[in-house]
Design a protein around this ligand. Sequence first.
Ligand SMILES: Nc1nc2c(ncn2[C@@H]2O[C@H](COP(=O)(O)OP(=O)(O)OP(=O)(O)O)[C@@H](O)[C@H]2O)c(=O)[nH]1
Ligand SMILES: [Mg+2]
Length: 304
Amino acid sequence: MYKAGYITVVGKPNAGKSTLVNKLVGFKVAITTPKPQTTRFNIKGIVTNENAQMIFIDTPGVHTPKHKMGEYMMKGVKSAIDTVDVIIYLVDASKPTIDNANEEIMKNIANSNKKVILVINKIDKIEKEKILKIITIYNDYMRQIGGTFAEIIPISVYKEDGLDILIKLLEKHLPQGDKIYQDDDITDITERELIEEIVREKALNNLNEEVPHNLMVEVIKFKKRKGIDKKKVYDIDVDIICSKTSHKGIIIGKDGAMLKKIGSQARVDIEKMLEDKVNLKIWVKVRENWQEDEMYVKNIKSKF
Ligand SMILES: Nc1nc2c(ncn2[C@@H]2O[C@H](COP(=O)(O)OP(=O)(O)OP(=O)(O)O)[C@@H](O)[C@H]2O)c(=O)[nH]1
Ligand SMILES: [Mg+2]
């Protein structure tokens, strides 16, 4: 009896949702950083084994939106909850409190009539004795609002602890069915989109405070040609779009040092992904308050 279906991973920003999906898929389909609100769009990661095909939907971390872009991100989470078979509610073991964001997520999933698995991540950061207390905190609140967890499992994506049990539990709760994707399909994100995300990841990692969260990245040229030694070379031009003129100088840095750093780190990852040499050029542009521009945000939406 083969199983197949959709599983979404929801939770607060920084819980490790994208890290988990990447680890299970065995390929970096989504960027990950130590900063909250890294993921902006729902991204599929597909795992096919002899028992089941699991289509994971990684989602943006749940937060109170401050602009149109944030509202769009939260719509993505809701639509993922509505369309899947199983929900993984991922929480950070080192931050076990029920705050407004957690309440909102739990109310949504409690009312979804879907199987919900509570997955407690980052147990490598806490003492084992604390796990039971964490389970009680989430379980009590879920009961209080009329929901239940079908399963509860502590894991550490870093230590690869509990991941095989998680897969077994997912296989158990998925519906019976044939494969939806081909065996070798792993994601719905295109090479172009991955390049944009890789550049955004390096910007998030290297820039401080609010600057990187106000960036958008667009590939404007993506061409393959034969290099001098007959090896293939990709010419890739990318725009980093910031929302304020004052941010442009910070992104470029003194004598262009910051942009160079972002560019060279991004090039290494893009070359790894494309398995060819890459000639990457990055331009910085200002588009005042783009996060509030409904047309612009909608346009981003149509890409995903
Ligand atoms: N110690 C520890 N850190 C982890 C673990 N899993 C993920 N992290 C780290 O947690 C941070 C956030 O990871 P992400 O995967 O980007 O988190 P996310 O939930 O996708 O965040 P958003 O996209 O912002 O919602 C990164 O620095 C990860 O390396 C884990 O098992 N243990
Ligand atoms: Mg993420």
